[in-house]
Design a protein around this ligand. Structure first.
Ligand code: BGC
Length: 847
């Protein structure tokens, strides 16, 4: 499988680039010919507008050339049309750096960037990634990702900018703008309602038009209109029964209402029909080279569509500058000290201080500190999947902490391996019910363990991959392994499994884990995705063990399961270190990424137990959450400090150490609500997980996504959207509001507020402006973010902060007339530092 990476593409680009450069350098006839062409080819005139140049070149294209332009030669590479000056289009995933490349900067994950609420920083982030992309020979960047975080269990949650449409839109616009400053094309993804991995290739998302317009579309519109994004990627799921890439209804909205002047591509081989995709409005088959080329000539795809698709691609090439700026030969190393520093600053500004009882943070350099958990090279640096960027040789948190205090003041204890795959359980500890080594296995027809076994055997352990473990099983089967396990150690034992299918482990009558997976590991990233749990065992005392497996949810690689463990808990050693230190800092993590959704919101493995044990040994405990997003925190009352550090790419380690010691502030605010339990939040998917079998999810929450769901249901989350403490403090005062007079055509209201740093050190705050119910009988959210501004102030300094409120935020989508309505009257306005902490209230008058 060629996922647009590797020698073939690179050879093509390099050869093309060197070919041109060589000819130009020698001034050979080829160069002369190019000059003649230039005069004969008016579209090469850079003084003309992109529209003019597009029309000019389009009128010179033959039908076959248009087909070449809109289809691919191989995944993600389109053929150049050199005689016309049209470059090859080469694509790379780029949500937080260049996926699959080396010598690049791994930036903090997109949701970390969102936590900065800093659009200027986001533009710099985009500009740096765009520069690296161009230097590596790419001119189409697949990103930024603008999928609304509807459910924190979404495996790709960290890949977009949180749960709020405005934050997604503002960040997406800034990143896209930054990308395109480098004469490359930004491809926003994924249009639309791509909010979960389970069942993603065939899922049918049932969603009302109003939610599409108010929740799922706006970020795309903002990134197109404000950010100038020139391309969009269609998503995998069906939207109300029709695959997104074949869905004329949503594609028409994208092009007509959201303003896409550039082109729509598909995601990588979506389910569905290629011809229908083009007919519905897809313009580029770059990620689907299986598009039948003859369909463009035999009448199946109308000529107007081919023409329009070619026009949109040409427009993107001219408007981005990609047409006029040939790509250089790909360089080996494109990261720079400036980009590494930018990653570090983004990481610091993204880190959210969730708790700081007694001002335990920043840490004193004079205190001894126990650094516990995966805080070395085993830290998690990025979202797994299409946005995973290898971080290179980053500085670990342990080393960065040692550099900030003195090495002899740092006690390091592993405590937990964090979220990792464990070793397979050896045969020696298993005994079958009739006293043989291993486990007794029974296989059943069907997925429900019904009837008599169709096969029985003894196996050394439970361990098979990509196929059935015994011959003669039907397509759907289930199996049960039984026996006893005699542990070699006393204490907490961690079990886990890697699997494709469904598995349950019962030890001594108690369920240790129970879940299913379509895939054993993530796409494009180093990690395997475990399912696990812990239990206490006593050395030498046998316990009954049952492992159940069924082919339910099995993915395309076939049945697989492996039963693993860690019998020697590392927690006691961490407790000893915590007792000896003044302060304990516990790093914990989880893997998340493409292809698999999280099972639940708990920290995986033995990490909750580690925190509890450390906090019991040392009351001065700080937890650093190196996680994809929200986690439940059953230990929250027992620790003094909590920092949310997300995934930080190359900045992992350095920025957290600087924040811990107060070299800089934790600048982040939450771009997602942290639920208090598993029940909070919109409805969840329970259908089939494997991509091939269709499941359905109904977004019955409508427009009430994220914090709006909590307000609507009167629920209190663990931490609200927008929340984040500071090392200093702020006061809000003097709210002034200027309304909108629709008659005079003003499109924005404005809110002014005075922000004062009342603490003793420089710090930044994110002023958040929410609006309340609109003056209409139609139900609207109790609170929605309408604008925000990040402001940095020195101790004692004050500043009047102005936030513009776009008219669209004061409008709702009326389903009966299919248009935006801006009701006139007074709209409550709230200024605060989270969705739940309002400092000032007033109203906006809309006349
Ligand atoms: C992902 C896209 C990605 C594409 C190409 C797909 O699996 O959904 O986000 O751009 O692969 O790597």
């Amino acid at each position: 499988m060629n996922r647009f990476r590797g020698m073939t593409r690179r050879q093509v680009v390099t050869a093309a680039v060197l070919g041109t450069a060589g000819a130009m350098a020698t001034g050979t006839p080829a160069f002369g010919a190019a000059r003649t062409e230039r005069t004969a080819q008016p579209w090469r005139d850079t003084a003309k507008s992109p529209d003019w140049r597009t029309d000019s070149l389009l009128s010179a294209l033959t039908h076959d050339e248009k087909v070449i332009l809109v289809t691919a030669v191989e995944v993600a590479d389109t053929k150049p049309l050199e005689h016309l000056g049209i470059p090859a289009m080469t694509r790379v995933d780029a949500s937080d750096g260049l996926r699959g490349d080396t010598g690049v900067t791994a930036f903090p994950a997109p949701n970390a960037l969102a936590a900065t609420f800093d659009t200027a920083l986001a533009e710099e982030y985009g500009r740096a990634i765009g520069a690296e992309a161009r230097a590596k020979g790419w001119n189409v960047l697949l990103g930024p990702t603008l999928d609304i975080d509807r459910d924190p269990r979404h495996g790709r949650e960290a890949e977009s900018y949180g749960e709020d449409p405005l934050v997604n839109g503002a960040m997406g616009a800034a990143v896209a703008k930054g990308f395109q400053k480098n004469h490359v094309i930004a491809q926003l993804k994924h249009f639309t309602v791509y909010n979960q991995e389970d069942g993603r290739n065939s899922l049918d998302v049932r969603v009302c038009e109003r939610a599409l317009r108010e929740v799922y579309y706006p970020a795309f519109e903002q990134a197109i209109r404000e950010g100038g994004a020139l391309s969009v990627m269609g998503s995998y799921p069906k939207v109300n029964g029709v695959y997104a890439c074949e869905n004329e209804h949503i594609i028409t909205a994208l092009k007509k209402d959201l303003g896409l002047k550039g082109y729509l591509g598909t995601d990588y081989f979506p389910s569905g029909d290629r011809v229908e995709e083009f007919k519905a409005g897809v313009d580029s088959g770059a990620l689907v080279p299986d598009t039948p080329k003859e369909a463009f000539s035999d009448g199946r795809i109308p000529e107007e569509r081919t023409h329009d698709a070619a026009r949109r691609i040409l427009y993107a090439l001219f408007a981005s500058g990609a047409f006029d700026h040939p790509l250089p030969a790909p360089a080996d190393v494109v990261t720079t000290p400036e980009h590494q520093a930018l990653a570090r600053v983004a990481g610091e500004q993204a880190t959210v201080l969730l708790k700081n009882r007694g001002g335990i943070l920043p840490l004193s350099r004079r205190k001894t500190v126990a650094v516990i958990g995966p805080a070395g090279k085993d830290a998690i640096t990025g979202v797994e999947g299409s946005s995973y960027v290898a971080p290179g040789d980053f500085t670990t948190a342990v080393d960065a902490i040692k550099a900030r205090t003195r090495a002899d003041r740092v006690l390091v204890a592993q405590g937990s391996y964090g979220d990792v795959a464990l070793p397979v359980i050896p045969e020696a500890v298993f005994t079958t019910p009739d006293g043989q080594p291993g486990l007794h296995a029974e296989f059943f027809a069907g997925e429900a363990f019904g009837g008599d076994p169709i096969a029985t055997t003894t196996t050394p352990n439970v361990d098979f991959r990509d196929g059935n473990p015994v011959d003669g099983l039907p397509a759907q089967w289930s199996a049960r392994w039984t026996g006893t396990l005699t542990p070699p150690t006393t204490g907490l034992v961690r079990f886990s499994t890697l699997l494709s299918g469904a598995a349950r482990l019962v030890v001594d009558g108690a369920t240790v884990f129970d879940g299913s997976r379509a895939l054993w590991d993530f796409f494009f990233a180093p990690q395997e995705y475990t399912l696990g749990g812990v239990t206490r065992l006593t050395a030498g005392t046998p316990v009954e063990i049952t492992v159940e497996y069924s082919t339910k949810d099995v993915g395309f690689n076939g049945p697989s399961v492996k039963l693993c463990w860690q019998p020697d808990s590392l927690i006691p050693e961490a407790v000893e270190a915590a007792k000896r230190a003044d302060v304990a800092v516990v790093f914990v993590n989880n893997f998340a990424g493409e292809g698999v959704d999280r099972d639940n919101l708990s920290l995986p493995g033995d990490q909750d137990q580690l925190i509890e044990a450390v906090a019991a040994a040392n009351p001065d405990t700080v937890v650093v959450l190196n996680t994809s997003g929200p986690m439940l925190m059953p230990w929250l009352d027992k620790v003094k400090g909590v920092l949310q550090s997300w995934y930080q790419g190359a900045a992992t380690g350095t920025s957290i150490a600087r924040v811990l010691y107060g070299d800089t502030e934790p600048g982040g605010r939450l771009p997602v609500t942290f639920p208090a339990d598993e029940e909070q939040g919109p409805s969840r998917y329970t259908g089939p997980k494997s991509g091939g079998v269709g499941g359905t999810i109904t977004y019955d929450e409508g427009i009430y996504v994220g914090y709006k769901w909590y307000d609507e249901h009167h629920q209190k989350p663990l931490f609200p959207f927008g929340f984040g403490l500071s090392y200093t403090s702020f006061a809000y005062d003097r709210l002034r509001v200027e309304g909108i007079d629709l008659a005079d055509g003003r499109d924005a209201a404005s809110v002014r507020v005075e922000l004062r740093n009342t603490g003793r050190r420089t710090g930044s705050d994110v002023v958040q402006v929410y609006i309340g119910h609109l003056p209409t009988r139609t139900a609207t959210p109790e609170r929605q973010l309408a604008g925000f501004a990040r402001v940095s102030l020195k101790a004692g300094e004050r500043e009047t902060v102005k936030v513009e409120i776009d008219r669209r935020r004061l409008s709702y989508w009326d389903e009966s007339t299919s248009r935006w309505i801006t009701p006139t009257g007074r709209v409550p306005v709230y200024v605060g530092c989270s969705a739940a902490d309002i400092k000032l209230a007033g109203s906006i008058t809309v006349k």
